[in-house]
Design a protein around this ligand. Structure first.
Ligand SMILES: C[S@@+](CC[C@H](N)C(=O)[O-])C[C@H]1O[C@@H](n2cnc3c(N)ncnc32)[C@H](O)[C@@H]1O
Length: 304
């Protein structure tokens, strides 16, 4: 290992130990590129010097975190959690319904669509293709129009699909030159829309809501608001699937099914509390950008 690589690994260890954020599973190339871009802004050329900078400037981690995580996504992110979802949760949803009843799911903060298509593959595997086409509705929403355009195309380079198991890659993607394109016939059940989860009306009658690695960007006020809206959005006994570092603190709204896998179930009726309802739907007094901005020092409350 060259000294540059060694310093980079030391930096990742530092981030894990000091800030409890484990980036070691992220793809090295894009991680290095993102961190180097940040270093360039600061005119720092060496990973070990940047490590020193992080130690001295306690706000720098937040800047780095926002740069690394912004839009970052990949197929089957946190694979163990997806296994749990597919073995324990989706079968419960299917079993709770009549054979022709629709299954409505929402991937909020879907970025360029990898999470949404991962969910599509899991549902199609469990239901079969015919049932999937007839019954499944998957909404993928994001605030970022550019990410949504990529999601709609469903077209990925080979390194972007490297986490998709070979059998699923063959079954659900078509080759187009150097790209893998998600099957067109299944894409008609997947709807990508621009939607700001803090301000826009929540989608109704949802059975399973994924909001992963997005709440962590929001301050406490915005988080509360979004969770109230999600509660409103879900059917009674609907499931909420969060990211590895995210939590629901309000037991009136959700109870945990499996904390390790960050899966929660809606507590029916919580939204009828008028105080909570007002909170969820009141307009922000200042722009939602400001409301949702992650400020230095606000990361720790969301950590598990
Ligand atoms: C780090 S990505 C997470 C992608 C995916 N959920 C995953 O876990 O791999 C966070 C996404 O949330 C989106 N986002 C941020 N604020 C949002 C908001 N207020 N409403 C909807 N999406 C938002 C960003 O544009 C970004 O695509």
């Amino acid at each position: 290992m060259c000294s540059q690589d060694l310093n980079f690994e030391t930096l990742l260890n530092y981030l894990r130990q000091k800030h409890h954020f484990d980036f070691t599973n992220y793809k090295r190339e894009s991680l290095m590129r993102r961190i180097s871009n940040r270093m360039q802004q600061l005119s720092i050329t060496d990973f070990s010097k940047y490590n020193d900078y992080l130690e001295v400037d306690c706000e720098e981690f937040i800047n780095l975190f926002n740069i690394i995580e912004n839009n970052f996504t990949y197929f089957f992110r946190d694979i163990g959690d997806w296994h749990y979802l597919s073995n324990q949760i989706i079968p419960q949803i299917i079993a709770s319904k009549r054979s022709e009843e629709p299954i409505r799911t929402w991937s909020a903060g879907c970025s360029s669509g990898q999470e949404t298509y991962t969910l599509a593959m899991m549902l199609a595997e469990l239901l079969g293709l015919e049932q999937f086409r007839q019954r499944v509705q998957i909404y993928g929403t994001d605030i970022d129009q550019e990410a949504l355009n990529q999601a709609r195309q469903g077209s990925y380079l080979s390194d972007q699909v490297s986490n998709v198991p070979g059998s699923l890659l063959n079954k659900y993607f078509e080759r187009a030159d150097d790209r893998y394109v998600f099957r067109r016939d299944l894409r008609s059940s997947i709807f990508f829309r621009r939607h700001n989860m803090i301000e826009d009306p929540p989608l109704p009658r949802i059975d399973l809501l994924l909001c992963r690695n997005t709440l962590i960007y929001f301050n406490l006020e915005a988080q509360t608001k979004v969770l109230l809206r999600f509660h409103f959005s879900l059917k009674d006994k609907g499931f909420l699937f969060l990211g590895k570092s995210e939590m629901v603190a309000n037991p009136d709204l959700f109870s945990s099914i499996n904390l390790h896998h960050r899966i929660f179930v809606k507590v029916p009726g919580g939204h009828r509390n008028p105080h909570l309802l007002v909170k969820a739907f009141q307009r922000p007094q200042y722009g939602s950008d400001k409301l949702s901005r992650l400020m230095p020092g606000q990361l720790s409350p969301f950590l598990a």
